[in-house]
Design a protein around this ligand. Structure first.
Ligand code: UDP
Length: 462
């Protein structure tokens, strides 16, 4: 493997840290948002990246030309990844494990880069999918901070299940009695890492070991908010056993977040939204990895038609039924590809969000005040949906399951009801949560205080 190509050089006296994101949009974007906030507070950052993901750093490099350095390593090939694929977004969920395996091979090159650096970083912040960087940090003698772009509720569930595997193996549904609120889950709704633990022998011990390394990290950073899940944040903090625990989110609502600067809404969509009544539009998007089957698309399209609600539906490779766009013309818009989601959600016309409940989408929906209509499908989404619907009372569950085909009549009814006149109770709760969460990221809010504490920690380490 050839050495890294570095662009720009870091300034002298500020603390210098290295950031290593995992290349899936739900992981990468919030960690880049955090990097932006650290640079604004006087930290120099080297970002480890592979060439195919360099483009996502452009807004950061433009905003912080002297304090960000990209450290580019060639992407280590993997037999099950098509050549050129370096981001989960390009292959979907199945890309997570091979990309994790590929990136493990960067350990040697990173050690060489670190040892030859004239002003080496004093700490590493890396994604929780890169648990192996704990050992890397031991080797080079700097502390690791694990960055969680997931909820503390999810981390609590994973930790609890992995530590009590025999107990949970024998029951379904699974009652997590010792966790706050004693939540109950069907086995199929547990996080995938736990379900892999339940299989014997587990096909993926490396991944499980990787996850448990996060608990050993020197520091822990959560893109979450105390007013959303304080009891689970406290639970995880107790398990970590120290105060280097930083709850700094939702990053998407801090000041002028980087993402909101790095895209623009398509002019046709924007003028259509501008012409829609306030709160009337349902935004439909299932994150960066999921594509629906033909049957699911047919049912969702019919449900949207029957709901008589205005909507924007963002699709990736999903097969949209023939003639659908003509039938809903004027009332609904289908967008193929990528939209700047946060900007769309913040538009005053958007009042609802039909979402798979990925954690970033949850935070973006909550901070925009949109009522989330949840359709959790896989991974962490069932846990997030439980938090939203049952714990916070700020959302409605409209379907669940990766393979489930919703009943169009029922879906249409739920959409119409939630978006219509009778949306009062859930909408009022969503608005209350928006206000409370927003207060945490204002100048005197606890998330900003934690961000400052994190920066001070880096100052001390240097
Ligand atoms: N996203 C976006 N435009 C799209 C689809 C997704 O900006 O068309 C962003 C979305 O705003 C969020 C991230 O991609 O920040 C998806 O993360 P999430 O955790 O919601 O879901 P995942 O993609 O990890 O399943």
């Amino acid at each position: 493997m050839t050495g890294p190509e570095s662009s720009r050089s870091s300034e002298g006296s500020k603390p210098h840290i290295v950031v290593f994101p995992f290349p899936a949009q739900g992981h990468l974007l919030p960690l880049l948002d955090l990097t932006h906030q650290l640079c604004l507070r006087g930290v120099n950052v080297s970002v480890v990246v592979t060439p195919g993901n360099l483009t996502y750093l452009s807004p950061l490099l433009a905003a912080h030309p002297t304090s960000i350095t990209s450290v580019v390593f060639p992407f280590p090939p993997h037999p099950s990844l098509p050549s050129g694929v370096e981001n989960v977004k390009d292959v979907g969920n199945s890309g997570n494990l091979p990309i994790m395996a590929s990136l493990r091979q960067l350990r040697g090159p990173i050690v060489l880069w670190f040892r030859s650096h004239p002003n080496p970083p004093v700490a590493l912040i890396s994604d929780f999918f890169l648990g192996w960087t704990h050992d890397l940090c031991d080797q080079i003698g700097i502390p690791r901070f694990a960055f969680f772009s997931i909820s503390a509720f999810l981390v609590s569930v994973i930790q609890f299940c992995c530590e009590n595997i025999d107990q949970i193996k024998s029951t379904d549904p699974i009652h997590l009695l010792d966790l706050p609120r004693s939540p109950i889950f069907k086995e199929e709704h547990l996080p995938s890492v736990v379900r892999r633990c339940l299989q014997a022998p587990s096909p993926d011990l490396e991944t499980i070991k990787d996850f448990s390394m996060n608990c050993l990290s020197y520091g822990t950073v959560f893109n979450s908010s105390q007013c959303l899940e304080n009891e689970y944040l406290e639970y995880v903090k107790q398990r970590m056993g120290h105060d280097r625990f930083f709850v700094i989110g939702p990053l998407c609502s801090i000041g002028s977040g980087l993402k909101s600067q790095s895209g623009s809404i398509d002019p046709n969509l924007l003028s259509w939204l501008d012409g829609s009544p306030d709160g009337s539009v349902l935004y439909v998007c299932f994150g960066s990895q999921k594509a629906l089957t033909k049957e699911q698309c047919d049912a969702l399209a019919l449900g949207l038609e029957k709901s008589m609600t205005r909507f924007v539906w963002v699709v990736k490779k999903d097969p949209i039924p023939d003639g659908f766009e003509d039938r809903v013309s004027g009332r609904g818009i289908v967008i193929r590809g990528w939209v700047p989601q946060l900007m769309v959600l913040r538009h005053v016309a958007v009042g609802g969000f039909l979402s798979h409940c990925g954690w970033n989408s949850v935070l973006e929906g909550i901070t925009s005040g949109a009522v989330i209509l949840g359709w959790p499908m896989e991974a962490d989404q069932f846990v997030n949906a439980k938090l939203l619907v049952e714990h916070l009372g700020a959302s409605v569950r409209v379907c669940e399951g990766a393979e489930t085909v919703p009943d169009p009549d029922e879906l249409g009814r739920l959409i119409a009801e939630t978006m219509g006149e009778s949306r009062s109770q859930v909408a009022a709760r969503a608005e209350e949560i928006r206000r409370k969460t927003g207060a945490m990221t204002e100048a005197n809010g606890s998330s900003i205080a934690n961000l400052q504490r994190l920066v001070e920690e880096f100052g001390r380490l240097s």
